[in-house]
Design a binder for this molecule. Structure first.
Ligand SMILES: [Zn+2]
Length: 480
């Protein structure tokens, strides 16, 4: 399997012009910083075969890692994603998806999902079949919230998921129409009579005019007279890209014969096709970030507004719950938080036996005492839970709003009622079966003098709590 070939996107760029008034074509930082941060739910659907099996089953870990990738890429410009859960459906037809099964008029995965209630209206929907043929990922359409990606690519391609999400948020490929007379011209000077960067190509003014790097050599061969079959077999993908420096080494020209002016940062744009690069080194431009925010505000199909949620939701666990008492029943699913954010769980006070409401700032924090720090790249997801006696800081949210926020103090010193217990003496002063057991009622087992009044020796003290927990303490009492 050729990994580069596998990570192909099938989303069509389409011909619809930009909606008048909805788009500024700006590419400056102050414009970008004016947008209000937003959060979207993301829901995952694993597609199994007709018997409910998959050779590449979607796992919660895979879904969480996908949302983390999206957040790490999009958070710096104010777009956030809440992991909203996952489910499965069985479909022999869409367990493996061919490129011809993506779009109307053919029966296609997106319509099938909608018709069978496999689409959450209040979320982005990511469909994960076992495998795909002729593509690796595809968005349903620009300005819509559904996309499909095979499980292998979700795990192994870092930028493709963000590329498809970029399509959902109304981005086109950077090279649209590069090989015909409707091409984007090289000039970036708005005063130049040939300037068309805001109308042609991807209609983004700070992405360079550029070819499709993957297929540039193929079209060079076709222009030389080779048949499609010959060109297909001879073409070298990414022939004019240095795979180390990402420099463009070709001599290509736009349709007015002006040589391309392309830098590595253009090659490594998320909306190009280019060779694999180090994680998170492919980027969106400021103009693309503005376009995505403007698409969210325009919301042509109403899907973005429906999928949006609140920032408060990011301070809610995606699974698990907060114990009412300590010690708590074992095992316990602790309140788990999604990866991809930088968390500080910071010591707080007092007496929030369940977490404070979002926005409640009446608790106090020991700002110097971070109970647990979580890096946004942490891959040990089972460590990302909200510890007792702490409140939550999510640094990416603070950065997006330019303000600091400590939320959801959880400070629980409750213990369940004690029903009783027993003192077990090991008569040989080793842990064996030669024991003397003395039952105790609730007053006796909680007597502060209990240990003082024991003779020297080895004991196990068992306390029985009303919530079904039995706590055991082994002590070895000596004359001192
Ligand atoms: Zn694409």
């Amino acid at each position: 399997m050729n990994a580069q070939q596998e990570f192909i996107c099938a989303t069509p760029d389409g011909t619809a012009p930009s909606q008048p008034g909805a788009y500024s074509f700006a590419d400056d930082i102050p414009t970008l910083e004016n947008f209000t941060p937003v959060v979207f739910n993301v829901f995952f659907w694993g597609i199994n075969d007709e018997n409910g099996n998959s050779a590449f089953p979607l796992t919660e870990n895979t879904a969480l890692s996908a949302v983390a990738k999206m957040n790490i890429e999009f958070n710096p410009f104010g777009i956030f994603f809440k992991y909203y859960g996952m489910d499965f459906f069985d479909s022999e037809k869409y367990y493996a998806i061919d490129r011809s099964e993506l779009y109307p008029p053919a029966p296609n995965i997106f319509e099938y999902a909608r018709d069978n209630n496999y689409k959450k209206a209040d979320a982005f929907n990511i469909y994960v079949p076992y495998t795909t043929t002729g593509f690796a990922g595809a968005a349903e359409a620009r300005k819509k919230t559904s996309l499909v990606m095979n499980g292998f690519s979700i795990i192994n391609s870092h930028p493709l998921l963000n590329h498809e999400t970029g399509h959902c948020l109304n981005l086109k490929h950077t090279f649209v129409n590069w090989h015909d007379n409707a091409c984007e011209h090289v000039t970036r000077d708005p005063a130049n009579q040939h300037y068309n960067a805001n109308k042609r190509g991807d209609s983004i003014t700070d992405t360079a005019a550029m070819p499709d790097f993957k297929d540039e050599h193929y079209w060079e061969l076709r222009d030389m007279g080779y048949t499609p079959e010959e060109a297909d077999s001879l073409a070298i993908p990414y022939k004019y890209i240095d795979p180390v420096t990402f420099a463009y080494t070709g001599t290509g020209k736009d349709c007015q014969e002006n040589p391309y002016d392309i830098y590595p940062i253009d090659v490594k744009n998320i909306m190009t096709y280019s060779p694999a690069a180090p994680q998170y080194s492919k980027k969106f431009t400021t103009g693309q970030k503005i376009r995505m925010h403007e698409a969210i505000l325009e919301d042509s199909y109403g899907e973005f507004g429906a999928a949006a949620t609140t920032f408060a939701a990011l301070y809610e666990p995606y699974k698990g719950s907060y114990p009412l008492y300590y010690p708590h029943v074992q095992p316990w699913q602790m309140p788990m938080f999604q990866p991809g954010f930088t968390y500080d769980f910071i010591e707080c006070c007092c007496e929030y036996i369940q977490p404070a409401e979002y926005g409640d700032t009446n608790f106090s924090v020991e700002s110097g005492h971070v109970v647990k720090h979580v890096d946004k790249y942490l891959t040990l997801y089972n460590q990302i839970y909200h510890p007792n006696h702490s409140a939550i800081i999510i640094h990416e949210i603070d950065q997006a709003f330019g303000a600091s926020s400590v939320q959801k103090c959880y400070d629980n010193y409750q213990t369940p009622p004690i029903l009783g217990g027993k003192v077990i003496r090991f008569n040989d002063n080793i842990l064996n079966a030669n024991v003397t057991i003395t039952p105790k009622d609730s007053t006796q087992i909680t007597d502060p003098e209990l240990i003082d009044n024991l003779d020297n020796g080895l004991y196990k003290i068992e306390t029985n709590y009303g919530n079904g927990v039995d706590e055991e303490t082994v002590i070895y009492k000596t004359g001192d």
